[in-house]
Structures are given as structure tokens and as C-alpha cells.
Design a protein around this ligand. Structure first.
Ligand SMILES: C[S@@+](CC[C@H](N)C(=O)[O-])C[C@H]1O[C@@H](n2cnc3c(N)ncnc32)[C@H](O)[C@@H]1O
Length: 504
């Protein structure tokens, strides 16, 4: 039975064998397996490289005892261990640090009330590592990998770790920022569901650290650890200090990787859908079907990312209550200004006052957040943050009311429909798709982020003016909007700077 506090998922021998074969474990290697558990990698090393010297580190006594049949095992906490100083080797073959550290986050350990966490420590002058540790949430596996690379980076060594794919990316980003001597690296995807019954994107991540070779912060991605000779499907890495998911695709669109001239916004968050979200019958009604008579200026048509993604953004299916104009606004005056709404909120105060997020603490009662003047803009160019395809939709008023979007959407607010139409066409262009595809990591929980969108420099996309206006014209027709293409000249890179300044 896996013990989650310790990220206790032992690696099957056949998987560990393949990992070590792909990495090319040398004959007389010194093999270190941190968090070795029952010694899956030590055992595999004894098969692949029988002449190797093997040392494991494991905190749980029963596991450590079992692992010791494959090498020397120190029963110790990896967090307090100084591997480069405390581990004594008898041989001097090439050093290989391999294994499968726990795949837990500090937040998950916090929920389990676990103390199995690193304490703040002195890294070898590696700026930023303390920041990883000091962050609100970090992956324990990422921390262990960084710690080991930091400990041994003055010597030549190889590292191979089973980890979540985003951990491999974070490690490479950190290495690039800290200029660690990564001579080469690779990611080989594994089927984590099959091997560990875990629904995450995971890989065998290998690195060669060697200060005598030129540092390389790009990483080829192989789609299957068991087909390591196939061509890599992509290469991610840091280009001019920026993380890129597909370096080859990025080359052609790199010019447009800059700053979006508009500010991307995220939608409304309220943490009480049963109270704030109302069914459109079409009048607002509770989920139980009770029609609600509320002051209309506090109730807006509401869309979620799935509605936007599935092209259901022109249909009224939900309403949402927005009790304040902007985040932090006083709500006490609702008692007088909107007595019907006030009574409804009071009726539901048990749910509303019980909301857990700290954002509501010391805020006006019944607060929501993620809103401001932009929330009421009539036109919004919107994309879902959750779906695995970048589809941008123009959301226009419904029932002559501006539509409010939920917090799984990102959007640009507009008052001019023509500008919104052209921006939508540009964001859906092939050039923009290429840029997004070269930056996005689809395996992330929220692949499209505000940070990514803010990198799209619309005017540098090189969109064809004629084609863009033709697409905008046909979308205007579909949405029943009027469209004057001359009004949005400034959106194109060849526009006069004055006109462009006037627009952005
Ligand atoms: C994912 S399992 C992998 C075990 C082994 N490396 C393998 O591949 O089969 C993680 C192991 O880390 C050990 N572990 C967790 N926290 C640790 C710590 N602070 N110090 C040392 N080992 C730890 C757990 O007991 C568990 O055996």
C-alpha cells in the first residue's frame, strides 16, 4: 500500500532496467540512488552494470533493509544529507545519480500534516534555490533533483530521474537561469498510469553535467521510453532567457514573442456557484427552479470556458450575481440599494460566510474577486485556460448586457466591436497558432496562461491585412455586428505609428 506522505511508489524492475539502458549506465559506474525505497534502481544497476558500486539513501527502515541486498544503504533523510561530503565511495568510476524521488508537493504534504519536508539550507551559492523552497508550493521531487545537481555540479556526472514532465522543465529552466553546466539532457515520456496508476504526465529525465563542455539548455522530448531510437517529437528549452516548448517551431515566429499591446484579464471567481450562479429560464432562477426577482443591475449573463470553447458563447444559459462593481468595493450599501439581492445573500450567508479562500478574509461580506471596470466591457476576446486547443471567440453582449466570464477564461476587453473582431482574427491566425504551439505545454493543468498570452505581440505576427479583415467581416456577419475595417488600420504592423499609438 503506497504511503503518500513518502511518495511511496516503488519502481518496477522492468521500468528501472529500461531507464538505465536508455541512459547507457557505464560498466564501472558509481550509482547513487537517493530515496531508494526497496532499491528498484540499485537492483536494476546490478543487472545492467554488475561491476558498479551502488549506494542508496532511504528514510524508511523496512525499505532500507530490503534495498541493502543490492548495495550499501544509508538510512537517512535526504533533506539533511550533504551527499557530496557524507557519501564515501570506494571506487572512482563515473558518477550516476538515478532514481525516483517522491512525486508529492509541499501543499499535499501540508494537507497530510507531514513533516517530511526540507528545511531551509545553504546551497552552494546557487541563487534562486532558496526561492524554490520558499515558494508557497513546490514539488519535493524538483527540490531533490536541484539539490543533487547543486551538490555535484563541480564534477562530471550523469543524472537520471523519473519525475513529472513539468519538473524536468522547471529543473532545466532553473539550470539555464543559474548557468549550471548542463552539457546535455533528454526527456523520455512514460505511461505513468500503467506503471504507477498515476494520472500525470511523467518521464525519465536525463542530464549530463560537465563544465568542460558547452552548456546546452535545450531538451529533446522522446515520446516513448521504450522507443528511444525514434526521432524526438519536439525540443523544449530556454531561448534568450525565455522558456519555449518547441524550439524548431519557434524559429519562424520568434519575432512575435514579445509583449501583447493589450492587458489580458482573467474571469470572475466567487467560490459559491450554488448561490452566485443562476439558471437562465430565461429569467434568473435557482438550481431548484425557484425564480428570483433581483435588481437587474447586479445580474449578468455568464459563460464558462467550456461554453467558449464549444462555440456556445452566443447562448444564454446562466446568469451570475456580481454584488460589487470592483474587487474590494463595499457591499453593506446593498441593503438599501438592492434590498432584494441583500435578502437573497443573507438567506445564503451560511454558504457565503463559510468560503475558505483567504482572499475573502477581511473583505466586505459577500465579496467576489477577479473583476473591475473591464468586466463590463461589451466585447471580449476570450480563450479557455483549460482546453488543449487555443480557440479565441468574440463574446458580444447577450440580452443587451455585457457577458461575465468565469475564472477559467482569459479575455481582452473592448468597447469597439471592429477592433475586437480584428484581434480575434489575428489570435486565430496560423502565425499565432504557431507561436502558441511553440510556447505552450499542453500537459499542464492550465496550459493557456495569462503569462503566455501576454507574450503575443499581435502586430509582429505578420498577419495579412486582407485575409484578416475578410475573416473579421465574415465573423461580424455571423455575430450580427457591424464592421468597418478602416477603423482598425493601426492593428497591422505597417500602420503609421500615430495610428497604432492611438489604438494601443
Ligand atoms: C517514489 S518512491 C521510489 C522508491 C525507489 N527510488 C524506486 O524507484 O523504486 C520514493 C521513496 O522515497 C522515500 N523517501 C521519502 N521521503 C524521503 C526522505 N526525506 N529521505 C529519504 N527517502 C525518502 C520513500 O520512503 C520512498 O521509498
Amino acid at each position: 500500500m503506497p504511503n503518500n506522505e513518502f511518495g511511496d511508489f516503488q519502481t518496477p524492475l522492468s521500468l528501472a532496467l529500461q531507464c538505465l539502458r536508455v541512459m547507457g549506465l557505464p560498466a564501472a559506474a558509481r550509482v547513487l540512488e537517493p530515496t531508494c525505497g526497496t532499491g528498484g534502481f540499485l537492483q536494476a544497476a546490478s543487472v545492467v552494470s554488475p561491476g558498479s558500486e551502488r549506494i542508496g539513501v532511504e528514510v524508511q527502515a523496512t525499505h532500507a533493509r530490503r534495498a541493502s541486498q543490492w548495495g550499501t544503504v544509508l538510512r537517512q533523510d535526504i533533506f539533511s544529507l550533504r551527499p557530496d561530503q557524507q557519501i564515501q565511495w570506494r571506487s572512482d568510476g563515473p558518477l550516476c545519480v538515478v532514481g525516483n524521488p517522491p512525486w508529492v508537493t509541499s501543499a499535499e504534504l501540508g494537507r497530510l500534516n507531514s513533516g517530511n519536508l526540507p528545511v531551509k539550507e545553504n546551497f552552494k551559492g546557487a541563487k534562486g534555490l532558496d526561492a524554490v523552497l520558499g515558494g508557497a508550493n513546490f514539488d519535493v521531487c524538483e527540490y531533490i533533483i536541484l539539490k543533487l545537481i547543486d551538490a555535484y555540479r563541480d564534477q562530471r556526472f550523469a543524472l537520471g530521474m523519473l519525475c513529472k514532465t513539468h519538473v524536468a522543465r522547471n529543473v532545466m529552466s532553473h539550470a539555464a537561469a543559474a548557468r549550471w553546466p548542463m552539457a546535455s539532457s533528454a526527456v523520455y515520456r512514460i505511461d505513468a498510469k500503467k506503471w504507477f496508476d498515476a494520472g500525470v504526465d511523467a518521464c525519465w529525465f536525463t542530464v549530463e553535467v560537465d563544465s568542460r563542455r558547452r552548456a546546452d539548455y535545450t531538451t529533446p522530448v522522446y515520446d516513448d521510453l521504450f522507443a528511444p531510437d525514434a526521432r524526438p517529437s519536439s525540443r523544449f528549452g530556454t531561448v534568450d532567457g525565455r522558456l519555449v516548448s518547441d524550439i524548431d517551431r519557434y524559429r519562424n515566429v520568434r519575432r512575435a514573442d514579445g509583449h501583447c499591446p493589450y492587458e489580458w484579464r482573467s474571469g470572475l471567481k466567487h467560490d459559491a456557484s450554488s448561490v452566485f450562479e443562476l439558471v437562465a429560464t430565461p429569467e434568473p432562477a435557482t438550481r431548484a427552479g425557484r425564480r428570483l426577482d433581483l435588481e437587474p443591475e447586479y445580474v449578468y449573463p455568464f459563460l464558462k470556458s467550456t461554453d467558449v470553447f464549444r462555440d456556445k458563447h452566443r447562448v444564454l444559459s446562466k446568469w451570475v450575481i456580481v454584488p460589487q462593481r470592483s474587487f474590494g468595493d463595499d457591499t453593506a450599501q446593498l441593503r438599501y440599494r438592492a434590498p432584494k439581492l441583500w435578502l437573497y445573500l443573507l438567506d445564503n450567508s451560511l454558504i457565503l460566510d463559510g468560503r475558505k479562500s483567504s482572499i475573502y478574509r477581511h473583505r466586505p461580506r459577500f465579496s467576489v474577486f477577479g473583476h473591475g471596470p473591464y468586466t463590463y466591457a461589451p466585447y471580449k476576446v476570450t480563450v479557455s485556460g483549460l482546453h488543449k486547443e487555443p480557440v479565441f471567440r468574440l463574446v458580444a453582449p447577450i440580452e443587451r448586457r455585457p457577458v461575465v466570464l468565469d475564472d477559467t477564461c482569459y479575455f481582452l476587453p473592448f468597447t469597439d466591436p471592429a477592433e475586437a473582431l480584428v484581434v480575434t482574427a489575428m489570435l486565430n491566425s496560423e502565425q499565432c497558432r504557431d507561436l502558441i504551439e511553440s510556447l505552450v505545454f499542453w500537459d499542464s493543468k492550465r496550459p493557456i496562461t495569462k503569462k503566455l498570452l501576454a507574450r503575443i505581440d499581435l502586430r509582429q505576427l505578420g498577419c495579412d491585412r486582407g485575409q484578416t479583415t475578410a475573416i473579421a467581416t465574415s465573423e461580424a456577419r455571423r455575430l450580427g455586428l457591424t464592421f468597418d475595417p478602416d477603423a482598425v488600420d493601426g492593428l497591422f504592423a505597417d500602420a503609421s505609428p500615430e495610428l497604432a499609438d492611438a489604438l494601443f
